[in-house]
Design a protein around this ligand. Structure first.
Ligand SMILES: NC(=O)c1ccc[n+]([C@@H]2O[C@H](COP(=O)([O-])OP(=O)(O)OC[C@H]3O[C@@H](n4cnc5c(N)ncnc54)[C@H](O)[C@@H]3O)[C@@H](O)[C@H]2O)c1
Ligand SMILES: [Fe+2]
Length: 415
């Protein structure tokens, strides 16, 4: 279990300048989401750098749902600037962009070198990166606590990631003021991402059922469900159940915004060690192959499926399929999401949990399935193909997976 360092509190963003100065950092690349650059998050963070006498440059060409091309732009800015620290202010898209910029500027390599197999070589860089402080403005991906950066690999038509232990941010700053302006549609998608992170890591293949690596350097960040990540996951589910409906209804609910930021980080600490499995693996081709879906409530200029939405549409079908692997845990997860489980037989665990997930999807006005993004049964073979390349995630499903199982799960997720 690798720990993550976070600081929580209203106004905590004002301390980032101190944090860089304290680490002896002189010159910072601020990677900031264009929609928060001139609002509280961006303004407060840069003001804090100024006050602490830390030199910085701002990069705001972050793409919502980043691609290899958009990562490359940030890598170029990072490589040209001679930075000895990085500050990310934004949602998962921004934090992941800053992670990639830091990685390739610190240890230059051809792009595929660090990309996860099977699409890349999955090499671990030779040593640590420069300090990265992550200030999330969504609640959220938990990227401030995890050792992974996700992007859409355009030529492959699929999302994938870069994962190695050096990518984990040095510090995450959880400031509830930073999510006050998060649009409700973004809060919904991001909040359901939290729900699925927690659920997937809680129901992942048990770590004792995973193979021991040939040598310790080959041990992956994602280790399967384990007693420590379970603590974070189950508490995160309780938080989402209580506070996601409240932030969706009222962005000025200070307590709910703070709790959802914590819930996102809790889930990140859990899944950052245990891993996620099929809902994420299936979401990657669904997001990568999207044709013309434009999500309501998002201020983006390109077709895309928001990450949390692309994940959650698969979660009900997947939990019905995973339930027989650990029925008791599926019941406990349903209970954490607000279900009454007394007297419910174990055979009903999957259905009960799926029903709870659907409850939160309906409440946050989500699409009902991948059919809403324009996919039909005819697209399933291509989606299966794009899922089978996510080797790292498929290994974490509690049962073995093949093309036929995936095709059935996609069919179940059409609506
Ligand atoms: N690295 C990880 O561990 C990890 C985990 C899960 C997801 N992800 C990735 O993170 C990305 C999704 O991140 P996200 O869900 O945080 O959303 P996001 O970063 O893509 O932001 C979504 C939209 O909300 C806007 N926005 C964000 N914060 C705002 C605020 N405070 N006020 C106003 N507008 C705001 C952005 O400009 C953008 O248009 C995906 O690419 C996903 O694959 C990474
Ligand atoms: Fe996610």
């Amino acid at each position: 279990m690798t720990g993550s360092t976070v600081r929580f509190g209203t106004g905590a963003t004002r301390e980032v300048g101190f944090d860089f100065a304290d680490r002896g950092v002189k010159r910072v690349l601020v990677v900031v989401d264009p929609h928060v650059r001139d609002a509280y998050p961006g303004q407060t963070a840069t003001e804090s750098l100024r006050t602490a006498g830390v030199d910085f440059e701002v990069f705001d060409e972050v793409r919502c749902e980043p691609t290899d091309t958009s990562f490359q732009k940030a890598i170029e800015a990072a490589t040209a600037g001679g930075f000895d620290g990085y500050l990310a202010v934004g949602g998962g898209s921004t934090i992941d962009t800053a992670k990639a910029a830091n990685l390739y500027a610190t240890w230059p390599a051809p792009f595929r070198e660090y990309v996860n197999p099977t699409l890349g070589r999955g090499t671990t860089p030779p040593g640590p990166l420069k300090p990265l402080i992550a200030v999330p403005t969504t609640a959220g991906t938990g990227s401030e606590t995890t050792a992974v950066a996700v992007f859409d690999f355009e030529e492959e038509g699929v999302k994938t990631g870069i994962a190695n232990r050096y990518l984990r941010p040095t510090l995450g700053i959880l400031d509830p003021e930073n999510t006050r302006t998060t649009p409700p549609a973004v809060a919904a998608s991001a909040g359901l991402d939290v729900l699925s992170h927690a659920l997937e890591s809680y129901t992942a293949r048990h770590f004792l059922r995973r193979e021991k690596p040939e040598n310790p350097s080959l041990r992956t960040a994602y280790q399967g469900a384990n007693p420590i990540s379970d603590v974070w996951a189950i508490e995160s589910l309780r938080i989402v159940a209580q506070f996601l409906p409240r932030v969706f209804a009222d962005a000025d609910d200070d307590e709910a915004r703070g709790m959802m930021l914590l819930g996102a980080s809790y889930a990140g600490m859990g899944f950052g060690n245990a891993g996620v499995h099929l809902p994420h693996a299936m979401a990657y081709p669904v997001a990568g192959l999207v044709r013309d879906y434009r999500p309501p409530g998002f201020l983006t200029d390109h077709a895309m499926v928001p990450h949390g939405t692309s994940v959650i549409v698969h979660t009900p079908a997947v939990c019905r399929w995973t339930a027989p692997s650990a029925p008791r845990k599926h019941l406990l997860a349903a209970e954490a999401l607000g279900a009454e489980i007394r007297g419910v037989p174990e055979e009903k665990a999957g259905e009960l949990l799926a029903e709870r997930v659907r409850h939160f999807m309906t409440l946050t006005e989500q699409p009902s399935g991948i059919g809403d993004f324009g996919y039909s049964a005819a697209d399933i073979p291509k989606l299966v193909e794009g899922t089978l390349v996510q080797a790292r995630l498929l290994k974490l499903a509690p049962h073995d997976v093949d093309a036929e199982i995936l095709a059935n799960l996609f069919a179940d997720s059409l609506s």
